[in-house]
Structures are given as C-alpha cells and as structure tokens.
Design a protein around this ligand. Sequence first.
Ligand SMILES: [Zn+2]
Length: 307
Amino acid sequence: MVAVIYSDDYLQHQVPYGHPERPARLTAIVQALQTVPWRASIRWLSPNAHRPVEQYLGWVHTPTYLERLSAICAQGGGYLDGDTPVSAKSDRVARLALCGWLDGVDWVLDRGETVLVCARPPGHHALPDNGMGFCIFGNAAMSALYALKVKHLTRVAILDWDVHHGNGTQAMVETHPNIAFCSLHQAHFYPGTGYPEERGRYNNVLNIPIPAHQDFRVYADLLNTQVLPFLRHFAPQLLIISAGYDALASDPLAQMNLQPQDYGEMTRILQSLNCPLLFGLEGGYHLDALAAAVVATLAACRFPVPN
Ligand SMILES: [Zn+2]
C-alpha cells in the first residue's frame, strides 16, 4: 500500500487565470491515481486540520511575514512577490498543506507506508520572511524539523528533485547539523541559487546544478554517483522528497528532458537507501505529464522493497 494525503480544500488557494500553479494540477493527479489498475493499493487520507501549526510555523517563519500574509488574505488577496499570488483563503489552505506534510511524517514513521502529500501551495522557495516562486510556507523544512523535534529522530534528509533550486528549504536547514539537504536543479535558472559551493555549515548541503536539456541517463548517473553516497554517508532515518515534476520534457517552465516513467526509476534508485520515503508535491505544470509522473512515482512504491 501507499498513502496519498489530499483534500479538496487544497483547491481553494486560487490564482489568477493563466497562472501555472493552479488547482487543476491536483485534480489531474487525483483523477489519474483514481483510475490506475492498482488503485486498490492506494490509501487516501485527509489532512488533520487540528494541528498546532502556529507553533511549527514559528520554527522557520517570522511573525512579521505571517501577519502580512494574513492581512493580504483578509483583504481578499494580493501578491507576496511578483509571481506568488494569494487569495482570500490562501493562508488557511497553506496551513492545511503543512498539516498534510506533517501527517505524512507521522504516517510514514508510524505505519511504515510510503506517503505522497498531494497538496498545494508548494513550499521549497518560501523564505523565512516571505513567500516567493509560488510558495508560501517551507513545508519540507518544517517536516524535517517536526521529525526531529516531535518524532525524536536524529537524522533527516531532504532530496529536492524539482527543476528549480530549493532555496527556501536550504535557507531554513543549512545551519542544522541533523538535516541534510540535496537539490538537483537546472543550472543558471530560477531562483539563481544552488551552486556547488553552497555546502551548508556542516557540509550538510549538496547542490547539483544540471545543464538544460539533460535526460534520465544524466539524472541516474548523478543519483548513483553523488546523491546516494551523500545520503548514505549521512544515514537518514527519514528521506523527504521535495517532489517537483517540472523537469519533465513537456513542462512549460523549464528545459529539462525527463519522461514520466523516469520518476519511477528515480524512486527505485532512492529505495536502495532502505529508508522511509515521504514525497511532497512541489512544482510540475504540464497536467498530463505531471499526473503520469506522480503515478510512476507511486507505482514504484506500492510493493515493499526487498532487502
Ligand atoms: Zn519548480
């Protein structure tokens, strides 16, 4: 079995017409998962909205930012930065997305099933003091901190395979010795960070910029020769995947050449770590390819991994 955490409330973060980070992304994923031949292997879970999220938000975000976000939503919506719109309910939806990610941490650790958090808005660009790049809260970073502080793990890793560098996640965890962060991303691209020289205070950060137009052979080689050795050395008790699907060849925002089934193969490579896996949705803007790639990811997870 695999677990998918989803709520229709995630559609209530509304964006202007034509914005790529739109509710239809989730609808496409849900419809695809509901029609796969192995759909009986999917356990659908609703996020727990009753978590003390203000406490968790305070771990990484400034009070000033949280107040500004609430004020913008209370007046009906606006923009956090030039490409990050929020609507009237976005602050509540973003909190519910965080709840979903934290539910995922609980579920994968307590129940041993791989989880996909099918939530929006995404989070890996969000900075401590502002949202940016379609992202509002640092879900992956807070999930890692939650696993340390609440679930009492001592080593948590985050792998960000979204085509954009996870600058916000890195900013939140790079000084934390118990969190390792690795990002694979298109070189010389938004948001302009993620150079190999950025290694974290404890050598706990691995940034791998990749030239545009590369395909799965390059990704597989980098995963096997750089990412796996980095993660094996750190020996995480939980691996959180900031699962963006915008390195797909058909994605309108980037220039990488992955195919949907490649995400299944990348997942199988990560399974060799024998570590619990939590996938949380970040980017991915071609609806059909996004849905097919999520299906490929979870298809690789529905059977227990043989040791
Ligand atoms: Zn992205």
